[in-house]
Design a protein around this ligand. Sequence first.
Ligand SMILES: [Zn+2]
Ligand SMILES: [Zn+2]
Length: 364
Amino acid sequence: MPKEAVQVVFTSKGVVAVERSEVPVAGTGELVVRIDRVGVCGTDLHLLDGHIGDPFPLVPGHEFVGVVAEVGPGDERGLAAGDRVAVEMLVVCGRCDRCREGRRNLCVRDDPATHPGAGRQMGVNIPRSVRPFAGGYATHLVAPRDAVVHRIPDGVPLETAVLVEPLAVSVRAVERGRISVGDTVAIIGPGPIGLLAAAAAVSAGATEIVVVGGRTARRMLAHSFGATHTVAGSGEAAFAEVRQIIPGGPDVVIECAGNTRAQLDAIRMVRRGGRVVLAGACGSGLTLCIPSDDLLLTREIDLLPSFLAAGGYERALKLLDQARFPYASLVTHVYALDEVEKAFAAVNARSEGLIKAVLVPPAD
Ligand SMILES: [Zn+2]
Ligand SMILES: [Zn+2]
């Protein structure tokens, strides 16, 4: 064990620091996880820009995997030091009505309406003052008693397992869309979530998958994640091309681009009576204007927002274990933890070849 823990801290809006402290000790019911690697998510950059509230100072990072370093007294998860694990970012109560119906992402504890200021998403809205080791941009993370922890299957290397959170988000989007055998699907936005949603949709039985929009390199990559067709652009032109491929429109459209124009494209593109999954976050305060009768009512469209991963982790780990798709190819950029600003600059530059950047904390 190293004598010190290292964390990247967002100290205030726009300010990043690398800080060192004592290695945490596992309290009752807690696990100390030695983080092996952590994915850089667009959410992290939005957090730093101050677009997702004011959780500062915050240790970001919710796409992390690692190895159990210490098991605290009274831990009931049956884990041991050395186990390779993925920890769900949501720390939920497990007892409220939403938790019990499997929608942990809607746990009452994370509802700002009833629990103001009580964030429950590790690496997103739990300030360091509340939990000092609750973010993945670090050497160590403390998983509290009520965190959900998954053992990573032996056949899945940590280099691939680091995609479990975005894949779990994609699995949930596919489940929200009730995609099943023979369905036709369009996916708008070939970022990591969109590409992984294509893989999840194929696994759920979709037979035709059109990936729409984004950069050329990403559309090329979409074919190796199960896309049968790709279409460039957006709006009218993309609509016409998708309708040529799937006359009448796809059964399901998953919107992963995270902007209201793409959401409207999705609603327009889907077939009559179809399902639209809204999986991309647009940023708070934005309004989606839908021609209500023309696009929704008279076409009986199901609008299905999909937020975070809920119960998608186990299935995501199964998909990674099946290794049916070249998941590791999504991780295009790897940086040391203290190169975090370099990693952010690369993500912000939206370079053609960058799909997913990953940070690796220093080894012991
Ligand atoms: Zn993420
Ligand atoms: Zn709950």
